[in-house]
Every structure is written in structure tokens, then in C-alpha cells.
Design a protein around this ligand. Structure first.
Ligand SMILES: *Cc1c(COP(=O)(O)O)cnc(C)c1O
Length: 410
């Protein structure tokens, strides 16, 4: 399949940049967005045949991805992530069975949806023969970069806040990345990566500071649409950090819409943040186009501990254009929700995913959505990557066991 990528565009000014060159930000210092020849796609492809059935997972959408040929693709066995209906806990959250669906991104390589973005960024780096990649990360992006970079035989250098969940740090190290712990937050790590660009010569793959991670993340939108027979839910709840996924899905929907491949209306895009780090919520409430950096960012949902997002205006645009909303949930509510969904429905969500479920409850209470509306919540990573409570019950094998205690109790 040829590439239909036609050019890159500054997300602020619309200035056009030719493909086949390596870019970080635009001259304006803003994210660059990939644009495709949609007219040509419309002439050459059809809704029921544009997906490549033999490709792993999201690579089936190659027509709307930037890689120029299948040989550039770096793959670790991507899968289409399942849609799972919440059963018992639907009622507990205030909703109805069948209307709350989880898109479980934990099934992707390295256990998080960061695989989507980094698979694309690394494949493009491979295409451009880049030798060294560097990234600031709260954990999952670093793990995905490490794995895909090893697969592509590219060196990866990773900087994480020193209090990143230990298992994330270990997986990054074990997957062969040169890994450093920084006594600061993700934006402090980002400053080191930026400075090293000149001094070391590595390529910066920070969120939205190169044009292709968002192209990987947008495949969540294609996948969801295809799984729902090219329709979309009434609302999407997205745990928002750097916002690549939210912006990416909104971009995917507009591409599908322009191609005439989408039926029905677009969803409300609902950004959920933690009350310990909610810069986008703050800007949304104040009616601003840019967010103010959040001081002392702190939350158990480490993937959304992002005090400054370079694509803040794009997140806010997508929320507003979609008639969506942004609000914060308390960490306590996040953990309670994770625990109850795990215990009652057997789905161990990550805290960020649990934040969307807690957010759903709040959205109902605030009247942002109605319980008749169909919603999709994103569980972005495996719950196994995060600290869990110990609730051991010990048994002395040499004692007389009272077997009655194992019985079903009502
Ligand atoms: C990165 C991450 C997020 C935030 O995703 P963005 O698209 O960058 O906003 C949410 N949850 C988890 C688990 C993550 O790793």
C-alpha cells in the first residue's frame, strides 16, 4: 500500500511542511500534524476494503498512517483491543448495563496504549534511519519506546521522575533502554531531553514534539469506529495527561468524516484529570485556550501527572468542538472505583482507567451525560503495573482447618 501522507501542518498557523524530512516542532514551536490526500483515498479505497486484514492490530489502518511502506513497520504483535461491557458495577456507577463499555488498552505490547504512539514514532525513526531516541516519561511511554526501539535496533535513553512506579522503571531497564531517575516531574525530564538534542544529538520523542506518536494514538478512534460498525458512542471518557489520545481520536474522527466513512454524530470528548493535577480542567472552566502549569502535581494515576501539556490548546479545542467537558476526580475516588470494579466485575483497571469510571459517575451527577447514553471509557494500561493493596489470609498447613469458612456466604 502506498502512503497517502501529503504534508505536515503547523497546528497553530497552518503553515505547510513537506514530508520526507525529520521534524520536531513547527517554526512557531507548535505541534506538527500529519495530513493525508483524502481525495485520493476516497477515489482509491472503500470503507469496507481499506483495512488490511492480514496486518497486526492497528497497522490495518496503514492508508491513514504515515509509514511509506510495510517494510518500515516495527511490530511487536499489536492486537485490536476489546470492548468490554461493565456488568455489576454499571448500576453502582449509576448507569445501565450495556451503556458503559471499557476499551481495554492493556492488551497491547508493553501493557499500555503508549505502544500505539511509540510503534509509529519508532517506525518513522527507523524509516528516517535515526540512531538514538530520548524521551521523558511517567513510565508507560518509556516502556513502549524501550521495547520498540530494541526491536528496531535503535538506542533509547529514558528519563523518569524518581517516584515513577518501580515496576515501570524495571520494565524500561530490562527492555534495554538507558534509564535515568530525575528528582523532578515529567516536564523537568523533558527539559533534559530538549537540552540533549544539541549536546548529545538524540531525537526528542516527547508527546506532540514529534509528529507521529499522535498518528499512532489516533488509531484508537479508527478501531473504536470499526468495532461499532462505523458509528461512535455518545461520549468518550479519556484520562488526559499530554492529551495525545484525545486529540488523536478527534483527528481520526474528522478524517473518517471527511471520507464519508462515519455514520451518525460525533461523541462528546470528556477529559478526566486527577484533582491533584488538573491544568486542562482549570483552563476549561476559565474559558481559556491555554493552560497554566500545575504546581506540586501529585496523583496515584501517574500517567496523567502532566503539569504542562504542549498541545493544551488542541485538547481544549477538541473538548469544546465536541460539546464535551473537562473535570477532575479525587484520588480516593479513583482507588475506590478501581477496587470495586476489580472485585465485582473481575476487571483490574489501571488508576487512570478507573479515573474515567469515577468520572462517569460524576458526569451523571452533574448532568453532563444521561444514563441512556452509550459511553466508552478508556483503560489505558494494565492494572498490574501499579501498587495494589495486600489482603493476605494465611493458613497454617499443620493446623486443623475449619473448612466451613471457605463456603459461599450471602
Ligand atoms: C500516558 C497515559 C495517559 C495519558 O495519555 P495522553 O494521551 O498522553 O493524555 C493515561 N493513562 C495512562 C496509563 C498513560 O500511560
Amino acid at each position: 500500500m502506498p502512503t497517502y501522507l501529503s504534508h505536515l501542518e503547523c497546528s497553530k498557523t497552518g503553515e505547510i511542511y513537506p514530508v520526507n524530512q525529520i521534524y520536531n516542532l513547527s517554526n512557531e514551536g507548535m505541534p506538527l500534524l500529519a495530513r493525508y490526500d483524502l481525495k485520493k483515498i476516497k477515489n482509491e479505497l472503500k470503507i469496507d476494503s481499506w483495512c488490511i486484514e492480514s496486518a497486526p492490530g492497528f497497522w490495518r489502518y496503514q492508508a491513514l498512517l504515515p509509514v511509506s511502506n510495510a517494510a518500515s513497520i516495527i511490530s511487536l504483535g499489536e492486537v485490536i483491543t476489546p470492548l468490554i461491557t461493565l456488568k455489576k458495577t454499571s448500576h453502582m456507577l449509576g448507569g445501565e448495563i450495556g451503556n458503559i463499555i471499557i476499551k481495554d488498552e492493556s492488551r497491547l505490547p508493553t501493557g499500555s496504549f503508549k505502544a500505539r504512539g511509540l510503534a509509529l514514532a519508532v517506525s518513522m525513526a527507523h524509516q528516517f534511519e535515526i540512531q538514538h531516541l530520548a524521551i521523558p516519561t511517567n513510565g508507560n511511554a518509556g516502556a513502549a519506546l524501550a521495547a520498540y526501539a530494541r526491536q528496531a535496533n535503535i538506542k533509547a535513553t529514558v528519563f523518569c521522575p524518581e517516584d515513577t512506579p518501580k515496576i515501570n522503571i524495571q520494565e524500561i531497564q530490562l527492555q534495554g533502554a538507558d534509564t535515568y531517575l530525575v528528582n523532578g516531574l515529567i516536564n523537568d525530564c523533558g527539559k533534559i531531553v530538549l537540552e540533549g538534542k544539541e549536546k548529545v544529538g538524540w531525537f526528542d520523542v516527547s508527546t506532540l514534539k514529534e509528529p507521529y506518536r499522535i498518528e499512532g494514538k489516533k488509531t484508537m478512534g479508527f478501531e473504536l469506529a470499526e468495532q461499532m460498525q462505523w458509528t461512535l458512542p455518545d461520549a468518550i471518557f479519556y484520562p488526559t495527561g499530554g492529551g495525545t489520545g484525545l486529540i488523536g481520536m478527534w483527528k481520526a474522527f474528522s478524517e473518517l468524516k471527511e471520507l464519508g466513512w462515519l455514520k451518525g454524530k460525533l461523541p462528546k470528548m470528556i477529559a478526566v484529570q486527577s484533582s491533584g493535577c488538573a491544568p486542562i480542567v482549570d483552563a476549561f472552566e476559565k474559558g481559556l485556550n491555554h493552560a497554566t502549569a500545575w504546581d506540586n502535581a501529585n496523583t496515584v494515576a501517574s500517567g496523567i501527572r502532566v503539569p504542562v501539556a504542549i498541545g493544551d490548546f488542541l485538547i481544549l479545542d477538541a473538548i469544546r468542538q465536541s460539546n464535551g467537558f473537562a473535570f477532575a476526580v479525587e484520588d480516593k475516588h479513583i482507588i475506590e472505583t478501581r477496587d470495586i470494579i476489580s472485585k465485582e466485575d473481575g476487571l483490574l483497571l489501571c488508576p487512570e482507567g478507573a479515573a474515567t469510571a469515577a468520572g462517569y459517575q460524576i458526569a451523571l451527577e452533574k448532568g453532563i451525560i444521561d444514563k441512556d447514553e452509550k459511553v466508552v471509557l478508556f483503560n489505558c494500561a494494565s492494572g498490574l503495573k501499579y501498587p495494589m493493596p495486600d489482603t493476605n489470609k494465611n493458613i497454617d498447613k499443620d493446623s486443623d482447618l475449619e473448612f466451613s469458612k471457605f463456603s459461599i456466604k450471602d
